[in-house]
Design a protein. Structure first.
Length: 192
């Protein structure tokens, strides 16, 4: 097997885990949807099991993505990211990165109905930047509102939630990465 093919196959597991995490789906829920056992799904995500068409086709259907996206088909020379918006209730999420693992970038437009906090925690680190509207961020015991041009960064192991204030939709950029990969914003000290 060529080195390029081995690299593509090795990237499938992290890509599957990222996609499942992004969608807020558990292995058990995915197993019920696809008919693939939880242990097989877990081994696929960890790279202990090689992906094949019999496993990838039901996953592509469950996630409603092209098979090329699951396997990370090699680029054909065009550097543009093909934006494929995902709708969730009255929110739209647009992935801005194509590679699996590492830091992932998203543009999100969160509708006014997502305004009741439901804090969750998981591995990772997140950075948010408000492009339009007001973002409500609940982080552990803190409840703050960020305005246009403001940013926040936090460890996602802390219980957290973010959404609209309920007044109007909010548009944000989100960078999410594995634990330890932090984004740093350099700002002038107050009064400068």
């Amino acid at each position: 097997m060529a080195d390029d093919d081995a690299a593509v196959l090795a990237s499938v597991g992290p890509r599957l885990r990222t996609l499942r995490t992004m969608r807020g789906t558990t292995l058990t829920q995915l197993s019920k949807t696809t008919g693939i056992s939880v242990s097989t799904l877990s081994r696929l995500e960890s790279g202990e099991r090689r992906p094949n068409l019999e496993l990838l086709l039901p996953l592509a259907r469950a996630y409603q993505v092209p098979l090329d996206e699951l396997v990370g088909a090699p680029p054909v020379g065009d550097p543009r990211v093909r934006l494929k918006p995902m709708k969730r209730a009255d929110s739209t999420i647009v992935p801005l990165t194509q590679h699996p693992g590492g830091v992932q970038a998203f543009k999100m437009v969160i509708g006014t109905s997502r305004c009741e906090p439901e804090p969750r925690s998981h591995e990772g680190y997140e950075w948010l930047y408000v492009l339009g509207g007001k973002l409500r961020l609940v982080l552990a015991e803190r409840d703050v509102v960020l305005k246009v041009g403001e940013a926040a960064e936090f460890d996602t192991r802390l219980p957290h939630w973010f959404g609209s204030t309920g007044e109007a939709p909010v548009e944000i950029l989100s960078l999410f990465g594995p634990q330890g990969e932090r984004m740093h914003v350099r700002a002038k000290p107050r009064g400068s």
